[in-house]
Design a protein around this ligand. Structure first.
Ligand code: C5P
Length: 231
């Protein structure tokens, strides 16, 4: 299922490569996030790219424009298919990321995180953001689009509103996938969730699923169960 991206949130390259091997053909791509990247560095990204996998480098860059532009340039040189920044870094920073990507030899898709899927209204309020997660995510999605980014990461609960606001060609990637086919484990931290088919029906371009697949006794069977649910 091209739309299913699996988060390889494990702590060794060997485990990540073994998971990738068992999921090829059912996953459309693999997400390398801060846990795996901090443990293994760029070599794990290169290893996946060399095997022909689409890699979404999910390091959520959030820094001054010049630094973010440099990080996007390094990500493009690694051959990643998709990379992201934090929309709350502002439009100048996002524009720097988009401009750098467009100059790359192979241009990666650049998207922006709107509001983390673990954040509730109260958690957002604590950080000084007085809008609801839906309002804040939609506002940041519009800002990302105006800055020239290809899309956003948003919770499945905000997909429909962002799709309406940003149009059909905007990429929307949704983590926070939970439900019967993607059960929450103990101590799960996702807050604004939906099932995989619901997220796609609402307009998600890609869904990102981590623990419901990688912590399952049979990750491939778990991924296949999710892939079967396409709306
Ligand atoms: O295990 P789970 O299905 O919750 O994995 C979701 C993945 O998506 C994690 O790697 C998490 O870091 C990432 N993510 C997220 N919310 C965002 C952006 C990325 O959950 N807004």
């Amino acid at each position: 299922m091209d739309q299913l991206l699996v988060a390889l949130d494990v702590d060794t390259g060997d485990r990540a490569l073994a998971l990738a091997k068992s999921l090829r053909g059912v996953a459309g791509g693999f997400k390398v996030g801060s846990r795996l990247f901090t443990a293994e560095g760029p070599s794990i990204v290169r290893a996946l790219v060399e095997q022909g996998d689409k890699v979404f480098l999910d390091l959520k860059f959030h820094d001054i424009p010049n630094t973010v532009a440099g990080a996007v340039e390094s990500a493009a040189a690694l051959g990643v298919w998709m990379v992201n920044v934090h929309a709350s870094g502002g439009s100048e920073m996002m524009r720097a990321a988009a401009d750098t990507a467009s100059r790359a030899h192979t241009r990666p898709i650049v998207i922006a995180v709107t509001v983390l899927t673990s954040m509730t209204e109260a958690a957002l309020d604590e950080t000084g953001v007085l809008l609801s997660p839906l309002e804040q995510a939609t506002k940041l999605a519009a800002l990302a689009q105006e800055a020239g980014l290809d899309g956003v990461v948003a919770s499945p609960q905000e997909v429909a509103a962002i799709r309406r606001r940003c149009g059909d060609r905007f990429t929307i990637v949704t983590p926070g996938i939970r439900g019967a086919a993607a059960p929450a484990g103990q101590g799960d931290d996702q807050a604004r969730t939906r099932g995989p088919a619901e997220a796609i029906a609402a307009g998600a371009t890609y869904i990102v699923v981590g623990r419901p697949i990688i912590a399952a006794p049979d990750p491939r069977a778990a991924a296949e169960a999710i892939a079967r649910l396409r709306p």
